[in-house]
Structures are given as structure tokens and as C-alpha cells.
Design a protein around this ligand. Structure first.
Ligand code: MLT
Length: 411
């Protein structure tokens, strides 16, 4: 009989968001009259920007004419999209990133998991706690960990607690980590990192020969001009960092699917024989073997993000969700609930009132307010006692959810 990858058996029962969806479906079936408002998974609700839709409609027309029809595109993405990304997202901020270093993909979630294909199995891996669960689960699947403890911590990983005491930014570890996952603006806490903080990480990585996986999927939500949007704003980052970006949250592409990963040509890591190998080449080899690129139509939609109207429309979308985050923060704070994040990020990190556990608070909100959020403990042991509320929803739903919570939850 065929055998399985036993590492999958180490995983917790379900991926966090499907598990939440399962509980919500069960509640909805038992209470069909409940008007449930979902502020759990960070999925956008507002329509695609007009500029992106118009570009995609035109691209569909292109596909209908032999003269402009496209078959397989370049695995790395069309040059016209990569050039716009390089110019607008990096070079305009003084980052030395070339279009050739950008790999267009169908999502940052996939890329942050797939990147492990090009790294060895003996690396020491550091993640923050709480953390976006994909970073941990993909390492478990790849066999990079032992079993999970009762608190859900996997043996073999270095967990860096991010708490209110350290402003939800991880302290540099005393031990050596080879691969480090950082996410700013942070999912789930909504915290941001200063240039000085990222410089500490870059310096650490360069001293130790480590690679930083920098997930910047939420960079568009940064409004503070002093905060960095990219790790490449930090001196030395080209020698130690891979950055992940997405069109999901700024342009509403969660269902459309387009993202990109930056692998600088200057990045190397060691082979078993001790030689230094170019990571760009390995990632290019991986992508051209396992991936056939993002559809022409979707890349045309993504390209339109960089047009003048696309820029204005995506900015308006981001501002809309940031205003939701502000409403969430202000209403909960006025009700005496301690909140963090939600200023340069679409997530508000809530301390559960009355020392309720994260899942107890989840159940309370679902049952008494018919509002869904995400239990902090689902992001890691240090998330226990916290709860994430997403600002991705309509204004009416956000206001109604806050009304229900502030009227029904006593502190
Ligand atoms: C989240 O809610 O954490 C995100 O939506 C997950 C994702 O982007 O994959």
C-alpha cells in the first residue's frame, strides 16, 4: 500500500480559517434566523477597482482575437507588470529592486509555503508567536518540526513571543536562526515595525548567514510616513531577505489571485558541499518547473493598479478599510476593551475582556452577538487571551457588529 507524508499527522485538526467556518456553519444551521457578521478571515468585501476591471475586460477581448491571443505566459510573469512593480513599489522608495528580481504568482500564501522547496531540511526556523499559521504549518508538512505540545507549539521551531510588552515586535533571539519569518504590518496583531527594528533583524541575519522571509502583504495600509513599506528600505536587506507582496488586500484580489515575490540576485545560501548558491536561480528553477504563471487577464488587472486611476482607486479602498479599523478601535476602546493595532493595518488585536479564553470569547461573540472574529490562540500559544477583528467588511456591517458587541459584552 502507498504511504503518506506522516508529517501531516502532526498538524492540528484543521487549518484555522476552515475550522472557524465549520463552527460558524454549524451555528448558522442551528440558528437560521441569525444575521451573522463575519469579521474573521481577512477577506475583502468591496468590488474590484474600476481600472482593474476595465483592464481585465480588455484582456478578455485580447484573448478573443488571434492577433492578440496569449497562450502560456512567462513563468516569472509578464515583463510589463514586473517593470511597473519594480518602479512603483520599490524604486520610487529608493529600493534597489530590479524587474528581473520579481516573480509574479497567484498568492503570497502559496509563495510563503512554496519557498521552502529551495531550502534544506536542517535549517533552524524562527517564527513569532502569535503568527500567520501558514508559516508554521508548511514547515510541519515539510518535516522541519517534531510534534506539537498541548499548547500547539511544535518541537524544533524557535518561537519569538510578540506581546504588548514588546509592542508586538519580536526581540532578536540569543540563538542562531537560519530562516526567520517576519510579517509587517503584522498579521494578526496589526503591529508595525520601524526602520530601526528591521535594521536589527537585517544585521542579525547578515551576521548569522540567515534568510529573512518578509511578508509585506499589508504594506498598503501603512499611512505613517516614517514606517518602511519594504525590507529593501533597510541597508543590507538585499543580502539576506526575500519579500512577499500581494494584490489581495490593496486591490481586492483575494478571489482574483495575484501576488509577487522578490528574490534579489545578490542572495545566496549554502549547498551541502559548502559552496554558496544563488537563490534567485533556484526559485526560478522551482517556479518554471512547478508553476505556469498567472493568467494574462489577471496580470492585466494587476498592471492597472499602477495606472493613475488604479492608484487612486486602490488608495480609496485601503482608506475605506482603514476607516473601518478606526471605528472598531474607537468603539471597543470606548466600551472599555483594550485594543491594539488597526492604525497602519486592517487588523485590530483585542484583549479578551474578563480574562476569557480566545475560543470562549469567540463562542460568546458568535452566540450573543452573531459576530465572527478569529481567536488569538489560533495564531499561537501567546495569542491566548486575544482575539483578532478584521476591518474587511462593509461599513454597515462593521457599525452593526460594533453596536452588538458594545451593547452585549460587559467588561
Ligand atoms: C487572514 O485572515 O489571516 C488572511 O486572510 C489569510 C490570508 O490572507 O491567507
Amino acid at each position: 500500500m502507498a504511504t503518506i507524508n506522516d508529517n501531516y499527522l502532526k498538524l492540528k485538526a484543521g487549518y484555522l480559517f476552515p475550522e472557524i467556518a465549520r463552527r460558524v456553519t454549524a451555528f448558522a444551521e442551528a440558528n437560521p434566523e441569525a444575521q451573522i457578521i463575519k469579521l474573521g478571515i481577512g477577506d475583502v468585501t468591496e468590488p474590484l477597482p474600476d481600472a482593474c476591471r476595465a483592464a481585465m475586460i480588455q484582456a478578455v477581448e485580447d484573448m478573443g482575437d488571434r492577433a492578440t491571443f496569449k497562450g502560456y505566459g512567462p513563468e516569472q510573469g509578464y515583463a510589463w507588470l514586473r517593470e511597473k512593480i519594480a518602479a512603483h513599489d520599490f524604486q520610487s522608495r529608493g529600493c534597489d529592486v530590479d524587474a528581473a528580481e520579481i516573480f509574479v504568482s497567484d498568492g503570497s500564501k502559496c509563495d510563503t509555503g512554496n519557498i521552502l522547496d529551495i531550502f534544506g531540511h536542517n535549517n533552524t526556523i524562527a517564527v513569532t508567536d502569535p503568527v500567520y499559521p501558514v508559516y508554521v504549518d508548511t514547515n510541519v508538512m515539510a518535516g522541519h518540526t517534531g510534534s506539537a505540545s498541548d499548547q500547539g507549539e511544535f518541537e524544533g521551531l524557535i518561537y519569538l513571543p510578540i506581546t504588548a510588552d514588546n509592542h508586538f515586535t519580536a526581540q532578536i533571539p540569543a540563538q542562531k536562526a537560519d530562516l526567520i519569518y517576519l510579517c509587517f504590518p503584522n498579521n494578526p496583531t496589526g503591529a508595525t515595525a520601524t526602520k530601526a527594528h528591521l535594521q536589527e533583524w537585517v544585521d542579525y541575519a547578515r551576521e548569522n548567514g540567515s534568510i529573512i522571509f518578509f511578508d509585506a502583504a499589508y504594506e498598503a495600509f501603512i499611512t505613517d510616513p516614517d514606517l518602511p513599506h519594504s525590507i529593501y528600505e533597510i541597508e543590507g536587506a538585499r543580502e539576506c531577505a526575500i519579500e512577499f507582496r500581494s494584490f489581495s488586500k490593496n486591490a481586492g484580489f483575494t478571489g482574483t489571485r495575484c501576488a509577487f515575490t522578490v528574490v534579489p540576485r545578490s542572495l545566496t545560501a549554502k549547498a551541502a558541499d559548502g559552496s554558496e548558491v544563488d537563490l534567485w536561480k533556484l526559485w526560478n528553477r522551482r517556479q518554471s518547473t512547478k508553476f505556469n504563471g498567472v493568467s494574462y487577464i489577471v496580470q492585466k488587472g494587476a498592471e492597472a493598479v499602477y495606472s493613475e486611476e488604479g492608484q487612486a482607486q486602490t488608495k480609496a479602498l485601503v482608506n475605506f478599510y482603514l476607516e473601518n479599523a478606526k471605528i472598531i478601535r474607537e468603539k471597543l476602546t470606548a466600551a472599555g476593551i483594550q485594543v491594539y493595532g488597526g492604525v497602519n493595518a486592517p487588523y485590530v488585536w483585542v484583549q479578551t475582556p474578563n480574562q476569557l479564553s480566545s475560543w470562549d470569547f469567540f463562542d460568546k461573540l458568535l452566540h450573543t452577538c452573531n459576530v465572527v472574529g478569529t481567536p488569538g490562540s489560533g495564531f499561537g500559544a501567546a495569542g491566548e487571551g486575544y482575539f483578532r477583528i478584521s476591518a474587511f467588511n462593509s461599513r454597515d456591517n462593521v457599525e452593526e457588529a460594533m453596536r452588538r458587541i458594545t451593547e452585549n459584552v460587559s467588561v
